[in-house]
Design a protein around this ligand. Structure first.
Ligand code: ATP
Length: 275
């Protein structure tokens, strides 16, 4: 399937509500990317230049892919009758052992994005597709990088297409990608501060029967300093498993399928501590 996706293909839909602590970035993406695609005449009318490409970078598990998926969802649901098509690719998945195949597919992707414009192409793990010169293993990468650069530069032909790339290591991607007209804006995803961790904790404990009492929430926020969003998501999932273990231990022994009412499984502070 190569058409645009509404969310991460095959994955549950996520919205901006599912993204914690990145409100500023959500706002900038709407302002810098989505609205200029939907209202190009307004932006051109006031002489505002929309970016052609945005690079997300920062440590693993800080919400880069999550934010892109939420953006995809918001594009599909955009008001004003104008949808923005969203194409998502993992960098390394674009590569091929067949000579010239990766380049052909990249050209096809950009062509399709142009056919569906306004549209956004998201490359996750961009370093896998366009590694820095020093990190390239062979000639194949060099040719793929050259193709990608040419496609990014094809200003006239590119139309209303914005390209977003994500990487853990911005210095690991080819430096030429970061020149003006290519990925000319960057968003750095830092590890979340206390308030962001609180938001992320609440997002991932939304399904619990009751929110954590304030003192326990404070304790969890304090103890997760230096953690990323993915770590906090894992903590919440572990706590839920601990609650299942505690509430219905027989689930592990029973040979028959038990009827378990999930509302009985009250995930609480003890489970978070255990996790
Ligand atoms: P990588 O660089 O490894 O691809 P990433 O920055 O793209 O990492 P994500 O894949 O977005 O990280 O995060 C993994 C999971 O962690 C998300 O699916 C989500 O469950 C959780 N998560 C990460 N950041 C946040 C956040 N800011 N708010 C809510 N959940 C988050």
């Amino acid at each position: 399937y190569t058409g645009p996706v509404g969310s991460g293909a095959g994955e549950a839909a996520v919205s901006f509500e599912d993204v914690g602590g990145l409100d500023g970035y959500i706002q900038s993406l709407k302002e810098m990317v989505v609205l200029p695609l939907v209202y190009p005449e307004v932006y051109a009318g006031v002489g505002a230049r929309a970016p052609r490409g945005v690079l997300f970078h920062g440590p693993p598990g800080t919400g880069k892919t999550l934010l892109a998926r939420a953006l995809a969802q918001s594009c599909a649901a955009h008001g004003g009758g104008q949808e923005v098509a969203f194409f998502m690719r993992r960098g390394a998945d674009c590569l091929s052992k067949w000579v010239g195949e990766a380049e052909r597919q990249l050209r096809a992707l950009f062509e399709q994005a142009r056919a569906w414009q306004p549209s956004i192409i998201f490359f996750d793990e961009l370093d896998g597709l366009a590694p820095a010169r020093s990190a390239r293993q062979d000639q194949v990468h060099t040719s793929v990088v050259a193709t990608l650069l040419a496609l990014l530069d094809g200003a006239g032909e590119r139309g209303q297409v914005v390209v977003i790339g994500a990487t853990n290591r911005p210095d690991a991607i080819d430096a030429a990608l970061r020149r003006p007209g290519r990925f000319d804006r960057e968003m750095r995803f830092a590890l979340p501060g206390p308030e962001a961790r609180r938001r992320i904790l609440r997002i991932h404990s939304r399904a619990w029967p009751a929110p954590l009492p304030p003192a326990d929430e404070d304790a969890a926020v304090a103890r997760t300093q230096g953690w990323g969003g993915a770590d906090i998501a894992a903590l919440c999932s572990e706590a839920a498993l601990a609650a299942v273990r505690r509430t219905v231990p027989q689930i592990y022994e029973s040979r028959e399928k038990l009827h378990v009412d999930p509302r009985r499984i009250a995930v609480g502070p003890d489970d978070v501590r255990e996790a």
